[in-house]
Design a protein. Structure first.
Length: 157
């Protein structure tokens, strides 16, 4: 028989400890706080955060062998750019804020923008406790305790 304190197979304390452990940057904390304020208003990344994100993206692209590896062309305001969905799950700073985000590049392969939806969409690709946390926050959202919003910076549609 499951105890009252269990949620999605984990105790509330285990889930709470995991959130505290993983929200280890001011940016991740800001994102979660913005979500629970519930306005749904887009949040713009600061230039400093985008610079750190760009550094991560550049390293990932270098590992793939080319600045635009796997990117697709797109026209934004009549200008040529490229875009690619980048996973940030393997980064400490962005794993609990961006997850996977669409990054936009100039024709030279330099990151120039990002767009993402900050939500708690259960997807099944996370490990057990992370997926349980997503389901918990998603359930809270259904009760009106949080609202998805856009995270964005720079050039994007």
């Amino acid at each position: 028989m499951q105890q009252e304190t269990d949620l999605f197979g984990f105790s509330i304390k285990t889930l709470s400890d995991r959130v505290k452990e993983k929200l280890n940057t001011p940016f991740e904390e800001e994102c979660l706080e913005h979500y629970f304020k519930g306005s749904g208003k887009a949040k713009k990344l600061s230039p400093e955060v985008f610079k750190r994100l760009s550094d991560v993206v550049t390293k990932k692209q270098q590992k793939e062998g080319a600045p635009l590896a796997g990117a697709s062309p797109v026209q934004i305001d009549g200008n040529p750019y490229f875009y690619k969905c980048i996973s940030f799950y393997d980064t400490d700073e962005f794993d609990y804020s961006l997850g996977c985000a669409t990054v936009y590049f100039d024709v030279d392969g330099n990151p120039v923008g990002v767009a993402d939806k900050y939500d708690f969409d259960p997807a099944g690709h996370r490990n057990g406790i992370e997926e349980a946390l997503v389901k918990l926050v998603s359930a809270m959202s259904a009760l009106g305790l949080g609202k998805a919003y856009a995270l964005e910076y720079g050039i994007h549609p």
